[in-house]
Design a protein around this ligand. Sequence first.
Ligand code: ATP
Length: 242
Amino acid sequence: MSGTPVLEIDAITVGYGGVPAIRDLSLSVGAGEILAVLGPNGAGKTTTLLAAVGALPLMSGTVTALGAPVDGAVERNARRGVTLVPDTRGVFHTLSVADNLRLAKRKGGGDLDLVYEYFPKLRSMRTRRCGNLSGGEQQMLALAKALLAKPRVLLIDELSLGLAPIAVQELLPRLRSIADDQNMAVVLVEQHIDLALGIADAAIVLHHGRVALAASASDLRNRRDSVEAAYFGRSDQSDVAS
Ligand code: ATP
């Protein structure tokens, strides 16, 4: 990774009701970089994102974003530019596309024209009620809304949840160009491994709440068998980044 990390998670243990769901987990992402977080159901991907935005208390370890500790004040962290796109999409179904975006702009102050430039389809659908959009279109809107918060660190939980691969193929490369254009750090939880590795700079595979594999995306594209092994908890510990 090049430059100073804008998000640095150092040896965190986080859980629910005193029971750890992720243990001793570390990762870092630099400006303009995309880190893919992969792993089977229940591996701890969502928990990692929630901890990174301050939505879950740390049992141990530290989270630092943009040079300051991330604490439990989720709204304040968001105002500093640490933004989560949850897998529940966060769009208002009874409102139009334009009204959803206007609300997000009022709250976050981002550039609506730029967002319409990134997603021209949203401009053409701006009078449509969000409840009538396809899953892919709703995800596009969720991402557009998040960008209006002017994120410096964007954490995305399964953007492609329930989407056809073709919709994911459209969204993920768009995310890559936005990260480049905005010099934005992205942590991307994703089930479509090959599509995620296709746009990411680096990736980690979680298994049972621990980092089972960490490497550059280009390395992992050539070592798909290692990724599979990590999914099933059979990775070589030498693969784990220190
Ligand atoms: P998925 O791909 O299914 O969303 P994930 O990798 O995001 O899974 P997490 O949602 O982070 O996994 O869950 C990690 C572990 O923590 C799991 O064992 C899960 O059952 C547990 N867990 C998650 N949320 C809670 C909660 N609110 N209360 C108790 N346990 C939870």
